[in-house]
Ligand binder design. Structure first.
Ligand SMILES: Cc1cc2nc3c(=O)[nH]c(=O)nc-3n(C[C@H](O)[C@H](O)[C@H](O)COP(=O)(O)O)c2cc1C
Length: 323
């Protein structure tokens, strides 16, 4: 497993991170739903820190009515609604595909009830699956965009049930559509999560001014892409030093500098989503750029970035000069 990437300057930077029970060769992985097996045609999948699958459900699901995506300024609104071929298909066909590659496989799951979430986690505790990412935050399943992760109590209950059901590392993906992200993150930790992913999409909508109809068949969808980055970054920052488990940053990451920003805010690793639709090899650029950034700044180990934000944007001596 490669843990150091040669920088353009020729020096070597360690990119390996320990996150949520897994040792990753580097901190960059796909965000669920924005990555699929076919990307092996455009990049060497062994270069990724981990694989995160599209969320799967136990039964076949067709997904939401079309149209399922619409563009907005610097972002995308989707109401895909988790189409899924079901758990058996996934276990028999998708898990073996990833077995040919070195990065660990993180399987994203969704279910309608606490017991079903636990049963999914149990039934996916199979060879080839390295960790479970519980998508308790999808805004596209319930009609009004609600999800477990909107409330601390439900978050702790569903996390604890999954914790009992599997010995695998358990990552819990949170929603920005909540009043108190820190309380929800703490609830996931209390329930036994090994990491939290911050965060899923922001509940959103658009209306076509010619037809007066919503642009999405589902009316509401989830906003992603660069438009959400400052909000996700803020949430990572708020959560990171309140938790003992790692935070995985997700939301609008498109460049190496975006990844650096999330790590400075406290993220131990990052997920790249919507950007992959625009530039399918963006994750490779982020990995290489992260290494080059560290080399340029004389940082030997990428972990040195984690939480290294300097609070207060004005150095004390500069503040005095202003006064
Ligand atoms: C088309 C699309 C499908 C998605 N499907 C899922 C999914 O199945 N499960 C999930 O947890 N998140 C899903 N997401 C959310 C992403 O994983 C990610 O949390 C969100 O898009 C923010 O990251 P980004 O701005 O880098 O895309 C989806 C996002 C998009 C745009």
């Amino acid at each position: 497993m490669v843990t150091a990437v040669s920088s353009p300057a020729g020096s070597s930077v360690s990119l390996a991170v320990d996150v949520g029970g897994l040792r990753l060769a580097n901190p960059v992985m796909p965000a669920s739903g924005t990555f699929a097996e076919g990307l092996d045609k455009v990049m060497d999948l062994n270069r990724l820190g981990a694989f995160v699958t599209k969320t799967i459900t136990r039964e076949f699901r067709a997904g939401n009515p079309v149209p399922r995506v619409c563009e907005t300024t610097e972002g995308l609104i989707n109401s895909i609604g988790i189409p899924s071929k079901g758990l058996d298909y996934f276990r028999d066909n998708v898990v073996p595909f990833y077995g040919a590659f070195s990065p660990p496989l993180v399987v994203s799951i969704s279910a309608p009830t606490v017991d079903d979430f636990a049963a999914m986690a149990r039934d996916l505790t199979v060879a080839g699956v390295a960790a479970i990412e519980a998508n308790i935050s999808c805004p596209n399943i319930e009609e009004d965009g609600r999800s477990f992760a909107m409330e601390p109590r439900l978050t702790e209950t569903v996390t604890a049930a999954m914790r009992k059901a599997t010995p695998l590392p358990l990552w819990v993906k949170l929603t920005p559509n909540t009043g108190d992200i820190v309380a929800v993150a703490r609830a996931a930790e209390a329930g036994g999560a090994d990491a939290v992913v911050v965060a899923n999409t922001i509940l959103a909508m658009r209306i076509d001014t010619e037809t007066f109809r919503p642009k999405l068949g589902n009316v509401l969808g989830g906003l992603s892409g660069p438009a959400v980055k400052p909000i996700a970054l803020r949430m990572v920052y708020q959560c990171a030093d309140k938790l003992t488990i790692p935070v995985i940053g997700c939301g609008g990451i498109a460049t190496p500098e975006d990844a650096v920003e999330f790590m400075l805010a406290g993220a131990r690793a990052v997920q790249v989503g919507t950007t992959t639709f625009v530039r399918p090899t963006a994750m490779i650029d982020v990995i290489e750029g992260l290494s080059a950034f560290c080399a340029r700044r004389g940082i030997a180990d990428v972990n040195e970035l984690v939480g290294a934000v300097v609070d207060g944007n004005t150095a004390p001596e500069e503040a005095e000069a202003v006064l």
